[in-house]
Design a protein around this ligand. Structure first.
Ligand code: TRP
Ligand code: SF4
Length: 332
């Protein structure tokens, strides 16, 4: 009997980040670490979403270019390999706005208004006017990012799931009107970063509590040494509870199992002091960051546009093929 089973669809990974400045260890834990694993196994497209940045920064876009450079260098520094993955700048792909326009024709306004992040972000970023067509279209633009290169697997954090749901609905709607063109993309949830910021709150640039991937060894030391520890350890002889200390949370991500056990026991019995504990962490963070710094220094010598050119070209080729099919199906 003939085997009529559909061939298993190949995983095409697509994800992106808005260029909002240098990336920190939270980005490493929450996203980049997963991207590296995927890069080894699948075709990956990674986009620096500068048009997405413009949806909120339109009044002063002067920093976006520099932020694109920083994000790119951070990606390459951690090991995103532009020979394995397609690493590109969103605004280099003119097929994106063309497909976005076609999808705008069929995107129900009410559905876009109901995307939870739309209202949330509008209240959070209350210093600017986000009553714009572009900002409403943010998640639709993300849909296009994914499908224009044939992406079907989207590594993202929990906060982006609403956007991937919208992408599926928009794909279904398009396919109903114009035939089976696009595959419905699926999110691939990346682990929630367990890493707090230096002050114990969530690590976030806006809190000023981050360790950047581009921080020097000296900066790492200067940031870790004054960190607040468990309040129980007023004196060197007071025992503490590691779970209540952000330094310990860092150990859990960047220290070896035996060091974690040692710090855990030492903190509880007051066998080690907080300064010793922090020194171990500083050494481990810098051991992790040293090769990152080396790769960064190497890529820094190369012009950003030259670094992006091959990826831009490959993404554009792939997007061009998508648009050929789309124009035929939409009969335009
Ligand atoms: N909206 C995403 C975020 O804020 C960034 C992004 C842009 C993205 N385009 C994408 C993520 C495509 C996944 C796929 O994190
Ligand atoms: Fe935190 Fe380490 Fe001090 Fe314990 S010993 S409170 S884990 S810094």
């Amino acid at each position: 009997m003939q085997n009529k089973a559909k061939p298993v669809k190949k995983r095409i990974v697509m994800s992106g980040m808005r260029p909002t400045g240098p990336l920190h260890l939270g980005h490493w834990e929450g996203a980049l670490q997963s991207w590296l694993k995927l890069q080894a196994e699948c075709d990956c497209y990674f986009s620096i979403a500068d048009w997405h940045a413009l949806t909120t920064e339109y009044a002063d876009p002067s920093a976006i270019r520099e932020h694109v450079r920083q994000v790119l260098l951070d990606w390459l520094a951690v090991g995103i390999d532009p020979e394995k993955s397609v690493v590109f700048r969103q605004s280099a792909i003119k097929e994106i706005p063309e497909l976005f326009l076609l999808f705008a024709m069929i995107a129900p306004l009410g559905r876009l208004e109901r995307v939870p992040t739309f209202k949330e972000q509008k209240t959070q970023l209350s210093d600017r006017d986000l009553n714009t067509f572009g900002f409403l279209g943010y998640p639709l633009l993300q849909t296009i990012d994914i499908i224009v290169v044939g992406g079907n697997t989207v590594p993202v954090g929990e906060d982006q799931v609403f956007h991937i749901e919208l992408a599926r609905e928009m794909v279904r709607r398009f396919n109903q009107f114009y035939g089976d063109v696009f595959e419905e993309p699926m999110e691939l949830l990346t682990p929630q970063s367990r890493l707090p910021g230096l002050d114990g709150r969530k690590m976030s640039k806006s809190y000023g509590n981050v360790i950047n991937l581009s921080d020097s060894a000296e900066t790492v030391k200067k940031k870790i040494l004054p960190m607040k520890t468990d309040v129980r350890r007023q004196r060197r002889s007071d025992p503490g509870i590691p779970q209540d200390c952000p330094v310990f949370a860092f150990h859990k991500s960047f220290s070896s199992a035996s060091e974690i056990a040692e710090v855990d026991a030492g903190c509880r019995s007051a066998a080690i002091g907080c300064i010793d504990c922090k020194r171990i962490l500083i050494a481990n963070l810098n051991r992790f960051l040293e090769p990152v710094r080396e790769r960064r220094a190497w890529f820094e010598k190369v012009n950003v546009d030259d670094l992006l050119a091959p990826g831009n070209l490959r993404a554009r080729e792939r997007a061009g093929r998508t648009l050929e099919v789309v124009r035929k199906q939409v009969k335009i």
